[in-house]
Design a protein around this ligand. Structure first.
Ligand code: TYC
Length: 101
């Protein structure tokens, strides 16, 4: 008979890591009207007029602005919807995503 006791080869890891968050980034362009950018930010990211204006004018002056951070799925969905809202009006408005450090 084989009386050897087999030790478990795996150990339960109790460490739980939070999902990495992803930034939604607004990219400036020369064609999309400022007011339209503000409208999209309010509609898709639930911003007030003041918050949306600050994000829009920061992207306008500096080239890009972080809009907000979300889980990967939510960031990608919102970036796509906001970009599509511009495309539907013929504007090159662009929202991208990138993982936080
Ligand atoms: N630069 C655009 C203009 O002067 C306005 C604008 C701001 C467009 C931010 C895109 O992400 C943007 N009409």
């Amino acid at each position: 008979m084989n009386d050897a006791v087999t030790k478990p080869r795996t150990r339960v890891r109790t460490k739980v890591e939070r999902p990495r968050m992803h930034k939604v980034i607004l990219v400036n362009d020369d064609y999309t009207p400022r007011e339209f950018v503000v409208t999209v930010l309010k509609a898709e990211f639930r911003m007030t007029e003041d918050e949306a204006y600050k994000v829009m004018i920061t992207a306008h002056r500096r080239g890009v602005c972080v809009v907000a951070v979300f889980t990967k799925d939510v960031a990608e969905t919102k970036a796509t919807r906001a970009t599509d809202a511009g495309r539907a009006k013929g504007y090159p408005l662009l929202f991208t995503t990138e993982p936080e450090e």
